[in-house]
Ligand binder design. Structure first.
Ligand code: PEP
Ligand code: MG
Length: 755
């Protein structure tokens, strides 16, 4: 059964459009279960009805025409209960209802299972039989498993509308839900980027010069064929004749009469070679993978491999420059921080990533750059979006493709309102952040790129709470030297002096990769990350520390060095010893420079419990709430599937945050917070009440946080905090704080951070 399941899921995955996918499902399920009828009903959310979408065994003429009200008949009953219903004789069931045109009068046994995706019932999968008998447990288990596996595929196919990839029609107006990544609204044109030599994510593009495209494709095929012939020649004396024959088979597959011919036919319809090739290969792979014979089934992998080779050739010989539209919304399966550099800044208006969430590093960087971003839009058909108009709402985390006039007008208005809000906050720029009852809070910024500096100063930053030095490392193709680093750190220090600048030592691992220092791990967020890497590579650590200290020569800015991902005291001691050694050496070399403060990022639960011991050893603490939340709640900050559970207002998180402040203050040490939470005005009110000395955030959020803290008295904030510390769930806490903010006249600010 497992085998059948796997094959059906594969075939459905490769189907390309919803109608085909559903048709494959009913056909394969009917024969796999040896039953007489299999049908799918899908929920039409707008009309609030179940629509009869596909069948084997019932009347195909009424597909798409027959509908059932919610809760109507046994299908509606399955949907309502969101659980399987297995009946020996459906005709005796009180909820049974016949729809004459469907032709199910003669069937007695009924098994219906709900198709559920992200807790929502999408439809119902039904099998029926004339014989009066209950489907047995293994049949029920099979259908439930299949339905669970297909739910995602169906949701995706449905999100794509009734589109056929092969026809590459335009998308209808569609709304796709993801997660807020970086606030703001962008109205623009999608530009899809895709990883090289991967068949699955190539966007469909139109071309004008068909003969040129065919020539490009044929050249790629010929090069691939030459490579295959060469390999075959080299291995001729080591392989058996039947193995060598495989090479011949590959060459034939690439002939005009086979794959090449089909690709050329698609190119002739105006499609570029890359997506034409991918489409044809995927069809062939699906065909092989659906075969009964295991040997033939495995040939699917060979075809995929062949396709990948041709694609790689095609891409390496394609010298066309990607031209980004002037209002580019960059779309990708899994955008990484480095992708931001792919588009000239003046053309980039928005970002969309199918994977990831609001605390992924690409989203944090986008927020720093003020680029509205939507993350985790799992059902987005990226292949169909290239060059298409879209709106992205980085507050709500949604995307609209082919927006209507009304939608455009609505969002243009939001853009205008936002601009007015920002303008209204301009006057706060040079004011210090003091609550109406006289409490002073330091609002600092997080930086990474030089581009952040001017923006930060412009928004009234009073210091840098986190300079993510790894961003510099990511932009390079080898570790930057001590001198290269010194020059860049010096620019940062010069720009902010005499304000305090907190430079964090290299924090790679997790989702932050260096192309020239790959770390391959099963569980990277629990692996070799941050201080763990740099203590294992003291040469990297020392070069960086020396560069930081030497950068301050002659400036004497207030430099602070912070250590990421500390989980035990020995790491603090070792790092401090290395820093002391570096400083002593630099002084010995005759450089006159002040000793930097050293601090620790509190990012893992162990550090929360040992905050006092850590504070005793260092000059300051800084909470990295992005990681602290993920490690406390066991919720991957990059995984959109569990993003609902990533809750900054979780009572356990708030308790930990409070405990850390108290620990630092008990040791008379300063404490700040530099996770995204500090940039959320509602959270900032709680953090102020907890008595954090510094809130450090993306500069874009600074004016709003300042406005909130200059409006709410510390006394009031403490009352709010006392109240929420007694609450037991994150939603209740967030709603309560937002409500208090609205009452204080901060409604527009709360609305502006609608996530
Ligand atoms: C954090 O974890 O909160 C933090 C500031 O560090 P980063 O987001 O770079 O991991
Ligand atoms: Mg962190």
């Amino acid at each position: 059964m497992l085998d059948v399941l796997r094959r059906v899921v594969q075939e459905v995955n490769a189907a390309g459009d919803l109608t085909k996918a559903l048709d494959i499902i009913v056909d394969r399920v009917r024969s796999a279960m040896g039953t007489e009828v299999c049908s799918v009903y899908l929920l039409d959310e707008e009309r609030k009805k179940y629509v009869f979408m596909a069948t084997r065994g019932l009347n195909p003429a009424v597909i798409g025409k027959v509908t059932l009200e919610l809760g109507e008949g046994l299908v509606g009953y399955v949907g309502e209960r969101a659980e399987p219903i297995n009946l020996k004789d459906a005709q005796k069931h009180p909820r049974n209802r016949y729809v004459a045109e469907i032709g199910e009068e003669k069937y007695h046994s009924f098994l219906g299972v709900p198709i559920i995706h992200h807790r929502k019932v999408l439809g119902v999968l039904v099998v029926q039989q004339q014989k009066t008998r209950r489907y047995d447990e293994s049949e029920e288990a099979f259908l439930i498993t299949l339905s669970a596996q297909l739910a995602g595929v169906i949701a995706h196919a449905r999100a794509t509308g009734s589109l056929s990839l092969s026809e590459s029609k335009d998308l209808p107006v569609s709304i796709f839900e993801g997660m807020a990544g970086a606030p703001g609204v962008a109205i623009g044109t999608a530009a899809v980027i895709f990883p090289q030599a991967q068949l699955d994510n190539i966007p469909i593009r139109k071309i004008r010069n068909v003969p040129k495209e065919i020539k490009l494709f044929k050249k790629a095929v010929e090069t691939t064929k030459d490579e295959i012939r060469n390999t075959s020649r080299k291995l001729a004396d080591r392989l058996r004749p039947e193995e060598l024959a495989l090479f011949e088979a590959y060459l034939h597959m690439l002939d005009d009469s086979a794959i090449s011919g089909e690709v050329v036919a698609r190119i002739k319809q105006g499609e570029w070679a890359q997506s034409a090739l991918c489409h044809v290969i995927q069809e062939h792979v699906a065909m092989f993978e659906a075969m009964e014979d295991e040997y033939l089934r495995e040939r699917g992998a060979d075809i995929r491999d062949l396709g990948t080779r041709v694609l790689a050739r095609l891409q390496s010989s394609d010298t066309r420059k990607v031209r980004f539209p002037k209002d580019t919304i960059l779309v990708g399966e899994e955008l990484a921080p480095a992708d931001l550099a792919a588009v000239p800044r003046d053309k980039l208006v928005g970002l969309v990533s199918v994977k990831g969430s609001g605390t992924s590093h690409v989203a944090i960087l986008a927020e720093a750059l003020g680029v509205p971003t939507v993350m985790g839009v799992e059902d987005l058909p990226t292949q169909l979006l290239d060059g298409k108009p879209m709106i992205i709402d980085g507050f709500q985390g949604s995307i609209i493709t082919y927006p209507s006039k009304e939608q455009l007008a609505y969002y243009r208005n939001i853009v205008k309102e936002e601009a007015m809000l920002v303008e209204g906050l301009e006057e706060l720029k040079d004011k210090r952040c003091i609550t109406p009852d006289g409490h002073r809070v330091r609002l600092w910024v997080n930086t990474g790129l030089m581009a952040d500096v001017a923006r930060s100063l412009d928004r009234g930053a009073e210091g840098v709470g986190l300079y993510r030095t790894e961003v510099l490392f990511m932009m390079k193709d080898a570790f930057p030297t001590e001198e290269e680093q010194r020059i860049i750190y010096r620019e940062h220090l010069l720009a902010f002096a005499p304000k305090m600048v907190t430079m964090r030592t290299l924090d790679i691992g997790g989702d932050k990769a260096l192309s020239y220092f790959p770390i391959k791990e099963e569980n990277p967020f629990l692996g070799w990350r941050g201080i763990r890497v740099t203590l294992d590579h003291p040469e990297i650590f020392i070069a960086q520390i020396r560069a930081m200290i030497r950068a301050n020569e002659g400036i004497d800015a207030h430099l602070r060095i912070s250590l990421p991902m500390v989980s035990c005291i020995s790491e603090v001691d070792e790092a401090k010893a290395l820093i002391d050694k570096c400083y002593a050496e630099i002084v010995e070399e005759g450089v006159k420079v002040k000793k930097p403060d050293v601090g620790v990022m509190i990012e893992v639960p162990a550090a929360v419990y040992q905050a006092r011991e850590i504070a005793r050893r260092v000059d300051f603490l800084s909470v990295g709430s992005n990681d602290l939340v993920q490690y406390m709640l066991a919720v991957d900050r990059n995984n959109s599937r569990v993003a609902e559970l990533y809750q900054e207002f979780h009572p356990a998180v708030l308790q930990a945050l409070k405990q850390v402040v108290d620990s630092a203050h008990a040791e008379k040490k300063g404490i700040g917070i530099c996770g995204e939470m500090a940039g959320n005005p509602s959270a900032a009110v709680l953090l102020m009440a907890m008595e954090y000395d510094v809130l450090s955030m993306n500069s874009i959020n600074l004016p709003m946080v300042k406005k909130a803290l200059m409006t709410i008295e510390l006394k009031k904030a403490k009352k709010i905090l006392n109240k929420v510390m007694k609450m037991d769930n994150a939603h209740q806490i967030k709603d309560y704080v937002d409500e208090q903010m609205r009452k204080a006249g901060l409604g527009q600010i709360v609305r502006s951070r609608r996530n």
